[in-house]
Design a protein around this ligand. Sequence first.
Ligand SMILES: [Zn+2]
Length: 248
Amino acid sequence: MRLYSDEAFILEVGDLSDADRFVAFMTRERGTQRGAASGAKRRFSRYAGQFQPLAKVKVTWAEKEGRELVRLRSVELLRPAQKLLEDLEGILLACYLAELVLVFAPDSEENEVIFRLLDSTVVSLLAGADRNLAGRYFEVWMLRLAGIFPIPRECPECGGSLEAGAVLPPSADHLVCGRCGSGAGGMKVDSGVIDLLIKIHRTSLAELALIEHDPNQLARLERLAGAVRRAFLQHELKSYEVMQRTLG
Ligand SMILES: [Zn+2]
């Protein structure tokens, strides 16, 4: 048996048995982990209040070979996400960001880039950044870190510019120019969305959040990122469906 300790973000909490909870968390050095917290459902559990989605914690856990779940030994709250979780919209967004990490970050493999992306996104949200912008920023970056949906600098088919607008061909994970994408029934992407995509790749969320963004443009980017994500995963994320259904 080996013991580990690392900074982490709580991603998902569920029931495992009458007394125990299931906890998924993203660590700085050992990727995502899925574990069991013994006694966490008891009334006076030592874990009380520490398993909020996107809370930053210090976790100590034990790994045993051949066991699917690690065993949590201790959890220390470093930064609560309470301010984000005060209303339904914030809770739904937190669950969506957490599911993106669970789906796109590889299990147990170091991925400090995703850890830092999550960290800076939560910090911006706690500082009051536009949640819509933060959601778009995070989903676009997660796609790129998963190796799909590259920065739309030029058309990968003809090398032409995408500045004036582009097309997402059906079931594709990248944009092409209007000429290469004509006639295939793809999704048209206007120059404003292209510009926003490039800014997302070049600028930090904290900086982008200082500027006001057109909600219609953010909605168009959300549709585009959603189409790329669904084409890649072949399904929609549960938390995204819940968010759409609840908020309309
Ligand atoms: Zn082209």
